[in-house]
Write a protein that binds this ligand. Structure first.
Ligand code: 0R9
Length: 637
């Protein structure tokens, strides 16, 4: 390499690194804990590519005692020979040159990729140090970097019979405020990746406490569907599985019907959960409706010319499905860049499913009949719901004030600044009404427990008074035919329940309701949980509040010994024990309160939590509570 080439290369690398370190959020989304975990996914994605190319079969992830991360695969090893254009070893290009993905090697077919898909150089640039070790062609090769800059040349080391690549890095604590890795977050994503890539073995070890997990699914997305349906009762076993390649797009679909009324379809493109759906999901929905209707008509289950054709919603009631496609050049669109835009994918999924689902139904007539009968029942219930809705609409048109009587509305009409508190119980509702700022805060007291929506259809929901009141107060309508977020009357919906067992049950019921029937509200971050204090600590005239046990302990510790005798510690069992002023100061005043925004990080997790906690099956619920005791200790299920 001439000195001139080397200098040009160095300038390019330094410029790239500078850009990444200056605006890390542009490359990894943000520098919170989410961005920190994203670094791991970027590296794992490279190993997944090697698995998709047919070479790697095992990926090991280790969280070090120092919160460093080591990812190792048993693929071919990153090439160490000179890159023809950059004139430095290929591995150094991968690790230091921005956007140098597998694609610079034209023969490689890179389909995986996180949402950001920025590659190893970004991880390297944001790490205090990074070491790469390659086992290739009988030897070990090493290179070390600091904050993205190579500190050594690629060095040939000991002979080895191993093959693969190991990337070990420590995230830079001057970039990330929080550098602590969470085993559960990484494990959840790795498990999802193992489901999506059948036969790929993924191991995770946490050296801080020796916790480890091993994921390997021979059945891939079939096992994924079974896992999602653990708390439900399937109406056929095993899940239906369809795979094939159309227009050079590999498509995999697994689906199973269960006795519930909820639809749970997760779609993926290149292992990315496309939360906002897109062309693959549209193709799936269209083919499912078409195939089931055409089978039903052909076999006389629904007569031709009968007006009871099954709608998309009817055939998706009680359906759990995974759709996974691999697209060479994916276009991610939408608000959160999780909507697949490639239009050719719709046709590919649609034609494959149309053909193969019809084959399946013809080969399995008794299952086909069960599915269609379930869909017919759903159609009838939907008709009943439509009538119930119409009745409510006509009734409220007759009443001069169509808002519920027990709603204490706010004076502003501007949803941007208004909020509604859904409050457990009339007594707390009364305090909240007196304590609130009526200009922008509305209060809706709820009596007792609302209906468990996991166990009821929309028509039954619409005959429940508490649910009806919530729907009318929010103004959005409900169900896919009616729901319209632009009609939402409040910018924030705040759930305020007691800090006891019943309170947390009501909160879970409400969250389930919003997640299942007004999902857009959750996706758009409109739903919040109020945080009332657990304790009041009265010390003479001064009153302080503690919101957690730890906070209470640390506040008590700070109080001098001789003063301790004077302290009155009150444990709040319910919101009703606070007077209006206290409720305002501790829980409702936007200047001083803390409210938690409900967010759904991972759809597969949220669904599982709701079905397990609210569903019929006792065993999975027990298991879930045991495994997640630290998160759900207050839930009465
Ligand atoms: C631990 C994380 N793993 C990786 O980052 C990783 C990258 C990688 C890889 C190849 C094989 N394994 C890998 N693991 C590879 C090898 C070959 C061709 N393409 C890919 C080959 O042997 O010919 N690479 C990813 C990009 C590159 N290699 C390349 F651009 F340098 F070729």
């Amino acid at each position: 390499m001439s000195p001139k080439d080397y200098t040009a290369q160095n300038i390019q690398v330094l410029k790239g690194l500078e850009a990444v370190r200056k605006r890390p959020a542009m490359y990894i989304g943000d520098v919170t804990s989410r961005g920190l975990h994203h670094l791991v996914y970027e590296i794992v994605d490279n190993s997944i590519d090697e698995a998709l190319a047919g070479f790697a079969t095992i990926i090991n992830v280790v969280i070090g005692k120092d919160n460093s991360i080591a990812v190792e695969d048993n693929g071919r090893g990153i090439p160490t020979d000179m890159h023809p254009v950059e004139k430095i070893p290929a591995v150094e290009v991968i690790m230091t040159v921005l956007h140098a993905g597998g694609k610079f090697d034209k023969s490689s077919y890179k389909v995986s990729g996180g949402l950001h898909g920025v590659g190893a150089s970004v991880v390297n640039a944001l790490s205090e140090w990074c070491h790469v070790e390659i086992y290739r062609e009988g030897f070990t090769y090493n290179q070390s970097y600091e904050r993205g800059i190579a500190k050594t040349k690629v060095e040939k080391g000991k002979a080895t019979s191993k093959q693969g690549t190991k990337v070990h890095f420590l995230p830079d604590n001057t970039i990330f405020k929080d550098t602590e890795y969470h085993f559960d977050i990484l494990a959840k994503r790795l498990k999802e990746l193992a489901f999506l890539n059948k036969n790929l073995e993924i191991n995770i070890l946490d050296e801080r406490d020796d916790h480890k997990e091993n994921y390997k699914y021979e059945g891939g997305i079939i096992e994924f569907v079974e896992y999602l349906d653990e708390g439900r009762s399937p109406i056929h076993k095993p899940p239906i599985y369809i795979e094939g390649i159309r227009e050079e797009i590999p498509v995999e679909i697994s689906l199973q019907y269960n006795s519930s009324y909820t639809e749970n379809i997760l779609s993926y493109c290149n292992n990315v959960n496309t939360v906002e759906g897109g062309s693959h999901l549209s193709g799936f929905k269209s083919a499912l409706t078409r195939s089931l209707n055409s089978y039903a008509q052909k076999n006389g289950i629904i007569k031709t010319g009968d007006k009871t054709t099954l709608s998309g919603e009817d055939v998706r009631e009680g359906l759990t499905a995974i759709i996974s496609v691999k697209v060479a050049e994916p276009q991610f669109e939408g608000q959160t860049k999780t909507k697949l835009g490639n239009s050719e994918v719709r046709g590919a999924v649609e034609s494959l499913l149309n053909e193969k689902l019809l084959d399946y139904l013809e080969m399995n007539p008794s299952i086909a009949r069960k599915i269609i009968e379930k869909s017919i029942q759903a159609a009838r219930a939907r008709e009943a719901a439509r009538n119930a809705r119409e009745l409510t609409r006509r009734k409220s048109a007759l009443e001069s004030n169509s808002l519920p009587g027990k709603l204490a509305d706010c004076s502003t009409n501007d949803p941007e600044e208004s909020e509604i508190y859904l409050v457990e119980g009339d007594s707390a509702g009364g305090s909240a009404k007196q304590g609130r700022d009526r200009r922008f805060q509305a209060i809706l007291p709820l009596k007792g427990k609302i209906l468990n929506v996991e166990k009821a259809r929309l028509d039954k929901l619409l005959s429940n008074d508490e649910i009806k009141t919530i729907i009318t107060a929010l103004g959005t309508g409900i169900g896919s035919e009616d729901f319209d977020i632009s009609k939402l009357r409040y910018g924030k919906i705040i759930l305020m329940t007691d800090a006891d067992v019943d309170g947390s049950h009501i909160r879970t019921l409400l969250l389930t309701f919003f997640y299942r029937y007004m999902n857009e509200l959750v996706q758009q971050g409109k739903v919040y949980i109020a945080q009332p204090p657990l304790y009041k600590i009265k010390n003479g005239k001064s009153e302080t509040y503690a919101y957690t046990e730890t906070e209470k302990d640390s506040l008590l510790q700070k109080i001098e010994e001789e003063e301790k005798r004077k302290i009155v510690l009150q444990r709040y069992k319910g919101l009703g024990e606070m007077n209006p002023e206290q409720l305002w100061t501790t829980t409702m005043d936007p200047e001083t309160r803390t409210i938690l925004k409900v967010s759904v990080e991972s759809a597969f997790d949220a669904d599982l939590i709701f079905t397990t906690l609210m569903g019929d099956e006792v065993e999975p619920r027990k298991k879930f509570i045991e495994e997640n005791a630290k998160y759900v200790k207050n839930l009465d299920v």
